[in-house]
Ligand binder design. Structure first.
Ligand code: SF4
Length: 92
């Protein structure tokens, strides 16, 4: 089973989410200050990669997931080009 398939099927990674210990609204706020605060939490999160893969795979359109805003995830996908975001994350 590929890494992506495993993460899609196994949602147990959510149990390790650091954001479950804070106000979830922080991850869906629109302000730059809130974005910075949320990203600081993501940096320390043990399931950041799994979370980012989940959001990219969705794709999930809003909120901070895996340490990236929606705009940053879109840019990441675009910059990955034809090679694809999975290759860029070294999970292909
Ligand atoms: S990476 Fe950020 S948004 Fe994702 S589970 Fe961890 S703290 Fe939550």
């Amino acid at each position: 089973m590929s890494t992506v398939a495993f993460i899609e099927e196994d949602q147990d990674w959510r149990a390790g989410a650091l954001c479950s210990q804070v106000d979830p609204d922080l991850f869906f706020a629109v302000g730059a200050r809130e974005h910075r605060q949320a990203k600081q939490i993501c940096k320390r999160c043990p399931v950041q990669l799994q979370c980012l893969i989940y959001a990219l795979e969705g794709p999930i359109d809003h909120g901070i997931w895996g340490g990236m805003t929606e705009r940053e995830r879109k840019r990441f996908r675009r910059q990955a080009g034809e090679e694809g975001w999975r290759v860029k994350l070294n999970i292909a």
